[in-house]
Design a protein around this ligand. Structure first.
Ligand SMILES: [Zn+2]
Length: 255
């Protein structure tokens, strides 16, 4: 059984026993799995989900009248967004058995917004489900984490790394086992593209604050890192992956 089946199987059991908890925090970048969990929670046609019913079809696009998705407006999730979300949860549901609130990038809740959210996380209105999503648990306020059940999402295999969040998820997932040489090459490719894009756009070399470890690299260091990555990439058929990953982590200053 793969990591994804473990999670979906677990939620199916919770559903059958009618003991799905009210608040969860999902760690990782694999939104598709969260989508499947929402279908499990809401589909009334199958013990898991059917992908055919009105509810499943709408949840496939994350567009369901009983689902509200909150994500950062600009750089943060603001108190007004959480106020609206709480109001949404307190109304009765349109069709689904539960009202669902998804909060993407939960690490970006402002402290004000988080404080307002705490009570709802602890005692959500009846028939609601709250899912917070973050790429790295350490960045989320501990008061938020302590009120949620934690679910580690399986790392999205063969997904190109398009953002620093993906990169962090890949580096911290323990994803590069000895059998993962193909994934490792793909990872190198996308990391090279990501860094190259940063050089081209001169992103954040002006001292603009930014989360994460890429912001610790100046222009020259980024160039050096790219040269290193090219060398590793050329040898990626034979290189010791663990050693290479450590070199990359050191170069990215993420230790
Ligand atoms: Zn269904």
């Amino acid at each position: 059984m793969g990591p994804e089946e473990k999670i979906t199987g677990y939620f199916s059991i919770l559903k059958q026993k009618k003991i799905i908890g009210p608040s969860y925090i999902f760690i990782g970048n694999n939104l598709a799995v969260v989508g499947r969990l929402l279908k499990i929670i809401n589909c009334q046609e199958a013990s898991q989900y059917c992908s055919q019913c009105w509810s499943c079809k709408r949840l496939d696009d994350f567009k369901h009248p009983d689902l509200l998705v909150v994500e950062p407006e600009g750089i943060s999730i603001k108190i007004n967004q959480i106020r609206q979300a709480i109001r949404f949860l307190s109304r009765s549901s349109y069709l689904a058995p539960k009202k669902t609130l998804l909060v993407k990038d939960a690490q970006k809740l402002t402290e004000e917004a988080a404080n307002l959210f705490l009570k709802t996380l602890e005692e959500p209105p009846d028939n609601s489900f709250i899912g917070l999503i973050c790429s790295k648990l350490e960045d989320v306020l501990p008061t938020i984490i302590s009120r949620c059940r934690k679910i580690y999402l399986p790392y999205l295999e063969n997904k190109a790394i398009k953002s620093e969040d993906d990169l962090i998820a890949a580096l911290s997932s323990g994803y590069f086992g000895p059998q993962k040489r193909k994934n490792f090459s793909l990872f190198l490719e996308s990391l090279i593209i990501l860094l190259h894009k940063r050089l081209k756009n001169k992103i954040n070399y002006t001292g603009q604050p930014e989360n994460g470890f890429l912001s610790g690299l100046n222009f020259k260091e980024t160039v050096t890192m790219l040269e290193k990555l090219f060398k590793i990439y050329q040898a990626s058929g034979t290189v010791n992956i663990n050693l290479a990953i450590n070199l990359i982590k050191m170069g990215l200053k993420c230790n």
